[in-house]
Design a protein around this ligand. Structure first.
Ligand code: PHE
Length: 344
């Protein structure tokens, strides 16, 4: 038995020396002191040793156990400390390493302008609506009081999909769609794409954007139209902006006007932006024609309303000094990037 003890001590001392990780050491511990461990079974065998030798053997086993236990415990502590140190080194965060920058996109200038316009009209109690880009002739022309022989219906001016279906040429189609469904009071703003078969050049694109406005209620007058548009222009351009109405003609409004804002580039003195006139045309508008109200089932003797339609592309170009109407459609990243973090 003595030999056995010696053998175990020798073997395990070298095993402990060889062990590299705390895992190895724990394994050795189990092999020695576990339920079926080598030393445990030696202890169990003590009862078979002749009584005379038992105290001696018991002492020897105990000494071996203590020696091995001490060695394992000491090395385990050391390796565990080392391992923890290594882990901490690995997990250390170097806060001086430059951060990875991610590219954040930004909204298209047309969307930025649209949102700004929407925000203003929402603050005035308007609801934002949308209507189809592929539209019935009925809504794009007929119900808007546009005569059957009106030139805007020609194939030179309208994309026809079928005899009775077109790509809408104006967001005004949304006016009649809404009035057909909803009865006054109505305060709606409806932005969207419109299409006209224009030759592409610096001032024309076959697809562009309009923002339609419509208010219908009792006692709505031209001065309501003027008040709303003036507040809009002051908010949108600047506090000193003035607006003026020029007589015009649209089949769906009577009377009709074209609305100019004083040029914010030169304050009205005349510059390149306003072609030296001091004024910039921003939209078409007027009082909703009685025929349009009637066609939608709204009594024109009880209700009146105003409508306006502005060119979103034009207003965006004015604000940002964009001189070529094609550029906003091209998706050139160098152009789009310039609107990062801008307010409009
Ligand atoms: N729909 C007209 C256009 O496209 C603009 C407009 C809208 C005029 C509403 C009057 C009222 O030019």
């Amino acid at each position: 038995m003595e030999k056995k003890i010696e053998g175990i001590v020798k073997l395990y001392i070298s095993e402990i020396d060889k062990a590299e990780t705390s895992g190895d050491l724990i394994e050795l511990k189990v092999k020695l002191f576990g339920k079926n461990g080598e030393l445990t079974s030696l202890m169990k065998q003590l009862k078979d040793v002749p009584e005379s030798q038992r105290p001696l053997m018991g002492k020897a086993v105990n000494e071996a156990r203590e020696a091995l236990e001490e060695k394992i415990t000491a090395k385990l502590k050391k390796t565990e400390d080392e391992e923890q140190h290594q882990r901490l080194m690995k997990e250390k965060i170097d806060i001086t390493i430059p951060a990875k920058t991610s590219v954040v996109g930004n909204l298209h200038p047309l969307n930025l302008t649209r949102q700004k316009i929407e925000d203003f009209f929402i603050s005035m109690g308007f609801e934002i609506c949308s209507s189809p880009e592929i539209e019935f002739v009925k809504y794009n022309f007929d119900m808007l009081n546009i005569p059957h022989d009106h030139p805007s219906r020609d194939i030179q001016d309208t994309f026809y999909i079928r005899d009775d279906i077109v790509l809408r040429t104006q967001t005004s189609a949304g006016q009649v769609r809404l009035m057909e469904k909803k009865k006054p009071p109505i305060k709606m703003l409806s932005p969207g794409r419109v299409y006209r078969p224009d030759e592409v050049d610096a001032t024309h694109t076959p697809c562009f954007h309009q923002v339609e406005g419509l208010v219908v209620d009792k006692n709505i007058t031209m001065s309501d139209l003027k008040g709303v548009l003036e507040a809009f222009a002051k908010k949108f351009f600047n506090e000193n902006t003035k607006i003026r109405f020029r007589p015009s003609y649209f089949p769906f409004t009577e009377p009709s006007v074209e609305v100019d804002a004083s040029c914010s580039g030169c304050g009205g003195r005349g510059c390149r932006i306003c072609k030296n006139t001091g004024w910039i045309e921003i939209l078409g508008a007027g009082m909703v024609n009685r025929n349009v109200l009637s066609a939608c089932g709204i009594d024109p003797d009880e209700y009146s309303g105003f409508a306006f339609g502005m060119g979103l592309d034009r207003i965006t170009s004015i604000i940002h000094g964009i001189t070529d109407a094609r550029v906003p459609f091209e998706g050139d990243i160098r152009f789009l990037k310039q609107f990062n973090n801008q307010e409009n």
